[in-house]
Design a protein around this ligand. Sequence first.
Ligand code: 1C4
Length: 438
Amino acid sequence: MTDPFVNAFREAAPYIHYLRGKTLVVGIASHLLDSGSLNALSADFHLLAALGIRLVLVHGCDTQIARFCPQNQRNHAIYPQRRIIDDNALQFAKHFCGAIQFDFQAALSLGVARSPQRPPRLRLIHGNFLSAKPLGVHGGVDMQWAGQVRKVDAAAIEDALAMQAIVLISPIAASLGGQSHVLSMPEVAAELAIALQAEKLVFLTQENGIRHANGQLLANLTAQETHHLLSEKHFSISEQAILTSALHALQQGISRVQILSGSQNGGLLRELFTRHGAGTSIAQDSFMNVRPAHERDIADIITLIKPLEERGILLPRSPEYLAAHIHEFFALEHDRQIYGCVAMKTFSDSPNDAELACLVVSPDARDGGFGELLLEKVLQHARQMGKQRLFALSTHTADWFLERGFQAASAADLPAQRLAEYQSNGRQSKIFILNLNT
Ligand code: 1C4
């Protein structure tokens, strides 16, 4: 039996490799700054930085303003998700943001002190990386010192990241009129991710992720599903603000937004370095994607098919064969990992026929409809190419094909080229045909 630590570490390896040198923007909800989560989070930030991940952290201050300046209410009819910031609230926000920078410095130093092999000192850089503009007057109500992001100085942040520093950004920035404005943390995080073309935008919140109105935690959402959920209006103000900014970031080309608990120990690590992640992941499109396979997928395809070849379920395919025929393959991909494949073979002696071959879904992704998704892709491709019959040969999966409309057939139905191979390999596979004209 393999040690669970060894398994977990091996599972993390491709993610570590993939995230090295990539930029991660992490929005930290203001609730977490009160809850004592900062030390645990900072230890994880330390680890991420040590793994070569470029970190930009943005914290909120909304909970603290609400507590210390209760007169600064929100008025959603006037400006959704934002509160008016008067002089008093602005002063408070400046004090709070100043103090929290020192708390971050202290928490990051703790991570260093705890390590027996003292790692190099981590730099934390904070600066005027943003400019702001006032929200203005809405419906006759002046939002006062509440502002929004005007510009992100991406070049300056890049310079700081190039020094292997963690960049910490507070939700206050100056306008060109020389006034400070309090910004929304989710908006700042999204604008930073867009300006830096970050690999991921992560929101650390008090909740475990996004829940359906019935309480069910939603692990994966598309942008369209998120729009729909937002219209159901069962979210808190902070969740609405995060989801709205997440959608904006996705629209502007960020491929993935993750929302997870910042108070659950190690949640961020689980999200970044395990297959199943933690919390809610939002992407522009569906999570499992079937696309044409490329040469760079060959190693992953070999890992998938080898055990099945050894058990006689699939025909043996050498790396050379795969390299020569990779254009016939489709890969099932999620988060840049290959979870399945299928090939569509054609026959020069029988131009109306195609064969669905090398169909595999990784054991940890089975029974999720992905086999069906791969089949759909081949059907679509075969129809586009004007094929009239699709074959499949199988030793173990007869019912799977019969349940999907294939008919049992005989060797006499095979194209001559395929018949010759069938007779020579002696596998006595069952033969199935789907008529594509019906
Ligand atoms: N028989 C019947 N039903 C099966 C099944 C099986 N062997 N395996 C899974 N199912 C059922 C599940 O019970 C589930 O049923 P339910 O709960 O919905 O009632 C349903 O299928 C799940 O469907 P899905 O769409 O979620 O399917 P996935 O689990 O995503 O994937 C695979 C289904 C069969 C692809 C998956 O189980 C798998 O990878 N199995 C191991 C590989 C395998 O058997 N592949 C089929 C190959 S046939 C070969 C070649 O090399 O070209 C051999 C050629 C020759 O000459 O012999 C092929 C085509 O690759 N041929």
